[in-house]
Ligand binder design. Structure first.
Ligand code: AHG
Ligand code: MN
Ligand code: MN
Length: 358
């Protein structure tokens, strides 16, 4: 997608212009985002210097998921907490790298917002110089006590109540992809001036893509429906057949491609991971909000990700997200239907989803 934006708009100007449109806005949200952007710029700087600084490799510890924590996971987690805990905008935070709720220290004011984040997405790619990211999700607190600490009730809201979601993608450049529920915009960091500039306005994704993204090494652990769907994507016959496989192993990077070029990203349940691998609250909810805001669809195979009622901060769920028609076709396979190949060609021509038939 070529950059077509001539005016120079920084992300902070963009956020404050959006705030003016909301008569009731107090500026608290804009100030919270300013702190988050500072954390992301610091993480980006550290990623860009990886190899020169002492940031590659492992720490001594394991996280709540039993995964070995990398130095950059820990650095990113601490940077976000240090940037966000004293601004007076949040009443609590939660992170992939912390077991429970991260409280706001007693000495600081509490605010109206809840922040959940995956400080460093794609940890296995850190040491091999492949794209990694940071994901975040923002809710308004539901408990009334403005000065009090956020509670479980404030966190366990379905994703369709997010008031903002976004990710930073540390790739060939650093992008910040962001929504407050009125479209998706992409900003690119100019490291020489330390500012994110608007580079892609109101991103819309194709209704059908030409690639699929899944860890196909797990094929023999999947159930027959997901195996049949992936087999279907590889069969010659339709307009875009066979689909190309593109899998980076960093959800942010795979979604960043799909958000712009279309296609489908999947991490289904398998025999060993019966709830899939990815975490609902700080990975899938924010990515699903961005995908939907760009015209796509995000599902666990049968239900909308954004309508799932979370039961725990670290809950996992299977995921199928991306171009609307691709995800609808995957859902049909998950119901046991087998849309014929011919329907795939037809659906790519007229924009309708194929139904049933063996
Ligand atoms: P994280 O680094 O935050 O733990 O997330 C890694 C996730 C996600 O980014 C990616 O899509 C997936 O793990 C890759 O998993 P596999 O290695 O099992 O394919
Ligand atoms: Mn992750
Ligand atoms: Mn992570």
């Amino acid at each position: 997608m070529p950059v077509t934006i001539n005016k120079l708009v920084t992300i902070e100007r963009h956020i404050s212009e959006q705030q003016i449109l909301h008569a009731s806005a107090t500026g608290e949200f804009s100030r919270m985002m300013r702190d988050m952007l500072l954390a992301i710029r610091i993480i980006s700087r550290e990623v860009r210097r990886a190899g020169f600084n002492d940031i590659l490799g492992m720490t001594e510890s394991q996280n709540v998921h039993g995964e070995q924590v990398k130095k950059l996971d820990e650095f990113a987690n601490e940077t976000i907490i240090r940037a966000m805990d004293h601004g007076g905008h949040l009443c609590a935070m939660a992170s992939e790298e912390a077991e429970g709720i991260i409280p706001i220290p007693e000495e600081y004011e509490r605010g109206n917002y809840i922040l959940l984040f995956d400080p460093l997405d794609g940890s296995s790619n850190i040491d091999v110089n492949v794209t990694i990211g940071t994901i975040f999700s923002v809710f308004r607190r539901v408990t009334p006590n403005r000065m009090g600490m956020g509670s479980a009730e404030d966190f366990l809201q379905p994703g369709d109540r997010q008031i903002a979601a976004g990710y930073a993608c540390y790739g060939s450049s650093t992008n910040l992809v962001y929504t407050t529920g009125s479209g998706v915009n992409i900003f690119t960091l100019d490291p020489t001036v330390g500012e994110f500039f608007l580079t892609h306005e109101n991103v819309r994704m194709p209704e059908r893509g030409q690639s699929y993204s899944i860890n196909e090494g797990n094929y023999h652990r999947w159930d027959a429906n997901i195996q049949a769907y992936v087999d279907h994507l590889k069969k010659p016959g339709g307009k875009h057949d066979p689909y190309s496989l593109r899998y980076i192993g960093t959800a942010v990077a795979d979604i960043h491609r799909i958000l712009q070029h279309g296609g489908i990203f999947m991490y289904p349940a398998d025999k060993d991971n019966t709830e899939g691998k990815l975490r609902l609250m700080y990975e899938l909810n924010p990515l699903a909000m961005l995908i939907e805001q760009a015209g796509g669809r995000a599902s666990n195979g049968s239900e909308r990700i954004l309508e799932l009622r979370p039961e725990g901060i670290h809950q996992r769920t299977p995921v199928f997200m991306g171009s609307r028609i691709d995800v609808e076709e995957a859902e049909a396979f998950m119901r046991g239907e087998r849309p014929p190949l011919a329907a795939r060609q037809q659906s790519s021509n007229n924009g309708t989803v194929s139904e049933g038939g063996a």
